[in-house]
Design a protein around this ligand. Structure first.
Ligand code: SF4
Length: 275
């Protein structure tokens, strides 16, 4: 059982500090937690702030960083920023994997040898089923990008988000990711969470704070309980899982998180397995 009264150095809250680099996206997925899309407000954390937060995270005991959005690779300086962040702590970056055209792939070379892992979304083994939720050409772009990234020495995980269990579909998807060069250990499967667009569309499972791992998450709007927390519904930011509006010094939202975590009933570890 997680010891919730301790800080990240002792393993009390999640060891990874998450940062929302931005909220805009080139896609408009049906279940998007943040209602992201090309026309939404960007709400970016600027690169200098992210680097400073990474340093603070290391000082207070975090051992890894997570970058998410929105689509982080819409931030123009992202490859170089990831290289710098990885000099501080190992980085996991969540991406839809659709922007890796030649020019961006060339710039990704800067990440060879860096402790940076890309977690790319791919939900189904066939383009039709995949693209109905994520948009046209999504499947093709992802299956083309993964081998190109691996060829450049960049670590890749596949993340599958499913509305309902389908063992046959999952088996075909696993055969696909193995064929692309991604092992079973680097494939995560999680349910649609009923927040953001998924809530509007009445999809997915309901997640309250007891269901979500305490993983401190920093956005342009404040610090939240989990990367599944700073969601948007009908254009309005959800604040039910907001910890503090002030994010620096990082110790301040961390203290707020530890206070809340300390009030969780014994045994109330995460139940949804959504990381
Ligand atoms: S789920 Fe991800 S890829 Fe899809 S619209 Fe939202 S941020 Fe973009």
């Amino acid at each position: 059982m997680t010891v919730l009264l301790q800080g990240p150095a002792e393993g009390g809250v999640g060891h990874r500090l998450w940062m929302y680099s931005n909220y805009h996206c080139n896609l408009v997925c049906a279940y998007c937690l943040t209602e992201s899309g090309p026309k939404v407000a960007r709400r970016e954390l600027d690169p200098a702030t992210m680097l400073e937060l990474a340093q603070e995270a290391k000082e207070v005991g975090f051992t890894a960083l997570g970058i998410t959005g929105g689509e982080p690779f819409l931030v123009p300086e992202l490859p170089e920023l990831l290289a710098e962040l990885s000099q501080v702590l190992p980085v996991l970056v969540l991406t839809n994997g659709t922007l890796f055209q030649r020019a961006l792939l060339d710039r990704m070379a800067t990440l060879r040898g860096c402790d940076v892992t890309l977690q790319i979304s791919l939900d189904h083994a066939e383009p039709e089923a995949n693209d109905v939720m994520r948009g046209p050409e999504n499947f093709r772009k992802v299956v083309e990008a993964v081998p190109e990234l691996l060829k450049r020495g960049i670590a890749v995980r596949i993340a599958t988000t499913v509305e309902e269990d389908d063992a046959d579909d999952l088996e075909r998807l696993c055969a696909l990711h193995r064929g692309l060069g991604v092992s079973d250990e680097d494939h995560v499967v999680r349910p649609v969470i009923r927040r953001g667009r998924a809530e509007t569309g009445e999809m997915g499972v309901i997640a309250r704070y007891l269901d979500l791992e305490p993983e401190l998450t920093i956005t342009a709007d404040g610090a939240f309980w989990s990367p599944f927390a700073p969601t948007v519904r009908r254009g309005v930011l959800d604040t039910d899982l907001l910890l503090t509006r002030t994010v620096r010094p990082l110790q301040r939202p961390l203290d707020a998180m530890l206070t809340v975590a300390g009030g969780r009933p014994e045994g109330a570890d995460s139940t949804l397995n959504i990381r």
